[in-house]
Ligand binder design. Structure first.
Ligand SMILES: [Zn+2]
Length: 367
């Protein structure tokens, strides 16, 4: 299963020779298995001169014999000569692509992790709640919380006390109290659920007034985790809920990116804790000061990396100012900095093309 730990492990991977990174979209709603196999063969042909034939063979073998074609995205990293082999079957589609480089190509996974990494959905009704926890779009846990039966109480009163007390206002209040108690119990259960699974985001779903009432019952830390609300029928299927959540997460990501881009651009312009452009970004990343790295999708730029300390630069230098070692030319300094930031525990946000205009990359600094 893919999680943040796997991402960090990939980012810290050191290899002697070229590693093959493959992303294959296998969404069954778009094409057939045969078409995807054909696509894969074409992709493998593209890199046949750079890749180690052993890695190409390993991928072919896996796809032909071991892969079950479940899910929507397949990701493989292979370096057979050094016994490196990772496969991830993802519940979300990926954009197909293949690279051969000295480091695993992790940007697409970083982007997907940012979008679908760890989140929970709580479907709330007046007497029942369902909680879901997802990792990369895949359901990992589910919990149903049954409250007291609000509807039966009302019907029960109607038949058993018929003609004895005409207390309609009382029953209304009683029902309201029951709902309130149910929502409070559900809030307690959701708190425990989130403490167990540590979602980065929480989506609330259900009818609008109930969700609003429920939200008031949540403790402050959980309320801060709520990223959005979905208007979904209580009887919605698991698939419905998952798909609605996908759409919402995508929308929220757009909004979040706008805010981060704005923060980076503004603080860079004021000379505060933001930088833009590759040179400046590499320089602060070398110092380990990046808190959030913002990078435009598909931005690639060649550069140099110190063989000793890993210092990254776009300038051709003789020897490293810090450790005296020589520099190696690398095909993609942008990917190198993404990997470095993930490895050091920073956050990377891969944003849509044009969001950062001509600077294409930037960062918010820790201090
Ligand atoms: Zn160095």
């Amino acid at each position: 299963m893919f999680d943040e730990r796997a991402l960090k492990e990939l980012a810290s991977l050191q290899v002697e020779g070229p590693i093959l990174s493959l992303y294959l979209n296998v969404d069954p709603t778009q094409r057939t298995v045969e078409e995807y196999k054909l696509k894969l063969r074409e992709m493998l042909k593209q890199i046949s001169t750079e890749a180690d034939p052993e890695d190409i063979e390993a991928v072919k073998r896996f796809v032909d014999y071991d892969y079950d074609w479940s899910g929507r995205g397949l990701v493989i990293f292979s370096r057979q000569a050094e016994e490196i082999w990772y496969t991830y079957s993802l519940a979300i589609p990926v954009r197909s692509g293949i690279t051969v480089a000295r480091r695993p190509y992790i940007s697409p996974l970083v982007e997907l992790d940012g979008l679908y990494g760890r989140y929970a959905v709580a479907l709330i009704d007046r007497q029942e709640a369902k909680f879901y926890f997802y990792q990369m779009g895949e359901q990992q846990a589910q919990q149903v919380v049954d409250g007291e039966d609000v509807r039966r109480t009302r019907r029960g009163r109607g038949s058993s006390v018929h003609g004895m007390r005409g207390g309609a206002p009382f029953s209304g209040r009683r029902e309201a109290e029951l709902i309130q108690r149910n929502l409070r119990d559900m809030a307690g259960a959701l708190t425990a659920f989130c403490e167990r699974h540590h979602p980065r985001r929480l989506l609330l779903a259900g009818s609008e007034p109930t969700v609003a009432q429920f939200q008031e019952q949540l403790p402050a830390p959980l309320r801060e985790l709520v990223a959005g609300t979905l208007s979904i029928d209580v009887d919605a299927s698991d698939t419905d809920i998952r798909e609605h959540a996908f759409v919402m997460l995508k929308k929220l990501e757009g909004l979040r990116h706008e805010k981060v881009v704005e923060a980076v651009v503004t603080s860079a312009a004021k000379g505060m804790n933001g930088v833009v452009g590759l040179d400046q970004t590499l320089s602060v990343a070398n110092e380990g000061r990046v808190q959030v790295l913002l990078v435009e999708r598909d931005y690639h730029q060649p550069g140099y990396r110190c063989a000793g300390c890993g210092y990254l630069t776009t300038q051709p230098l003789e020897t490293c100012l810090f450790c005296g070692e020589a520099f190696t030319e690398i095909p993609d300094a942008v990917e190198a900095v993404v990997t470095q930031v993930v490895d050091k525990g920073g956050t990377v946000e891969v944003v849509e093309v044009d969001k950062l205009e001509e600077t294409r990359i930037g960062a918010l600094l820790r201090y």
